[in-house]
Design a protein around this ligand. Structure first.
Ligand SMILES: *[C@@H]1O[C@H](CO)[C@@H](O)[C@H](O)[C@H]1NC(C)=O
Ligand SMILES: *[C@@H]1O[C@H](CO)[C@@H](O)[C@H](O)[C@H]1NC(C)=O
Ligand SMILES: *[C@@H]1O[C@H](CO)[C@@H](O)[C@H](O)[C@H]1NC(C)=O
Ligand SMILES: *[C@@H]1O[C@H](CO)[C@@H](O)[C@H](O)[C@H]1NC(C)=O
Ligand SMILES: *[C@@H]1O[C@H](CO)[C@@H](O)[C@H](O)[C@H]1NC(C)=O
Length: 363
């Protein structure tokens, strides 16, 4: 018993000593411990608060471009270039609708002032493949060109039907047309390598020709409108005053002889003028419009509407400046010698939401 008591005593004694030791330690560093833990708590609270602010108002600490507006989205500051500008919203917002075209400097129907339509581009399809025709291998090649319009440094619009995934090959020996699918093979590692896109050009250019001022763009991806119909040409993509200017290359249609870029002045027509243009195609004037050359002077130069997918520009006021605004893309037409040469254009303004959604810069 005694022994036990003594042991207990000893134990409590030692415990007392430990407590004493600890409390003296605590006393000694009390100031630091309390200040450290409250400092930590403050840091933690500040961290949580700044996280909430950052999450809810990321624009507070984001620098957008001078010509962009910041929109708060959860944890992401969305820098969107202002009306009349296009770009990534941070590094650059380029002014849209720059044209070196001046109305009194040029007449329509003749070659345009060199490099006067920097946003108009040409989009070339060049294709070679070995294909089986009637159990024989034949080397097939095809070439085509379309117009395009640049809407920001990374995105261009053209007509959906210009993105060719198949074409007809006429075999003289068999006297037959064969539908050839564009397939990827050793000539073409991917579909994009079959296409080239040139901007800032004045002339129609053949593949890999190096010209001053010309920007050659690699095509990364095609986004054809999900509702594009290759039979009816509905949604053939990608406001106005009476006169519109068209910068085409005149390489489509019958004449490949004159390859200068042309300014063609078109009249925007009453839609009824286009009812007979390729009657097998579905017309919907909410998403299309009709334009052409009322006086048929154009049929003599052989230029007419130019390339499919080329933009039709209308003079409009943007931010107090006169700008040529791309309003349509040439979808289909009639031969140039048809009276008033009406043509159906895809109405770009009807596709703004889809274009915005698919032309954003991703980081
Ligand atoms: C913003 O736009 C104005 C007017 O076009 C231009 O003068 C200015 O250089 C632009 N700022 C930037 C940072 O690009
Ligand atoms: C081309 O592809 C389509 C499907 O996209 C197929 O039905 C057709 O048979 C193909 N034609 C040839 C000649 O391979
Ligand atoms: C357009 O054509 C329709 C039908 O032919 C006609 O009723 C309408 O008045 C025309 N509009 C204009 C502005 O000429
Ligand atoms: C529609 O008609 C045009 C000529 O008017 C023709 O080139 C085209 O192949 C036709 N399309 C269809 C799907 O029949
Ligand atoms: C141009 O059109 C007019 C009227 O439609 C026609 O008389 C003339 O023969 C056409 N010219 C050419 C080169 O087709």
């Amino acid at each position: 018993m005694i022994l036990i008591e003594e042991t207990e005593k000893d134990y409590s004694k030692s415990q007392y000593h430990t407590k004493k030791k600890f409390s003296s330690y605590f006393d000694k560093y009390r100031f630091f411990i309390i200040s450290y833990s409250s400092f930590g708590a403050i840091i933690l609270i500040l961290g949580i608060v700044s996280l909430i602010i950052t999450g809810a108002y990321p624009c507070l600490h984001t620098k957008c471009n001078e010509n962009a507006t910041c929109y708060n989205t959860p944890f992401y500051a969305d820098c969107v270039c202002n009306y009349g500008f296009a770009g990534d919203g941070r590094d650059h917002c380029d002014e849209c609708g720059i044209s070196y075209f001046t109305q009194n400097a040029i007449e329509t129907g003749i070659a345009s002032v060199p490099y006067s339509w920097p946003a108009t581009g040409i989009f070339e399809f060049m294709y070679r493949q070995l294909a089986k025709v009637e159990h024989q291998s034949v080397l097939l090649s095809d070439f085509g060109a379309c117009g395009a319009v640049l809407i920001n440094r990374k995105t261009a619009l053209t007509a959906a039907h210009c993105v060719r995934t198949e074409y007809y090959y006429f075999d003289w020996y068999y006297g037959k047309n064969y539908l050839i699918n564009v397939t990827l093979n050793n000539f073409h590692p991917n579909l994009e390598s079959i296409y080239q896109l040139y901007f800032g050009i004045n002339k129609f250019v053949y593949y890999f020709i190096d010209l001053p001022h010309v920007q050659m763009a690699d095509i990364k991806e095609f986004i054809v409108h999900p509702n594009y119909n290759k039979e009816t040409y509905e949604n053939d993509i990608a406001i106005y005053h009476n006169k519109a200017y068209f910068a085409g290359y005149g390489s489509s249609g019958s004449s490949y002889l004159n390859l200068d870029q042309y300014n063609i002045k078109l009249d925007v027509y009453n839609n009824s003028m286009c009812e007979d243009v390729q009657t097998n195609r579905t017309k919907n004037w909410n998403v299309q419009f009709c334009a052409g050359e009322y006086d048929t002077h154009g049929n003599e130069t052989g230029q007419c509407h130019g390339d499919y997918g080329s933009p039709l520009y209308v003079l409009d006021e943007v931010n107090g400046k006169n700008k040529y605004v791309a309003t349509g893309l040439l979808s289909y037409d009639v031969p140039c010698d048809v009276e008033h040469s009406p043509a159906v254009f895809t109405r770009i303004s009807s596709y703004i939401d889809w274009i915005v959604e698919n032309s954003r810069y991703y980081f």
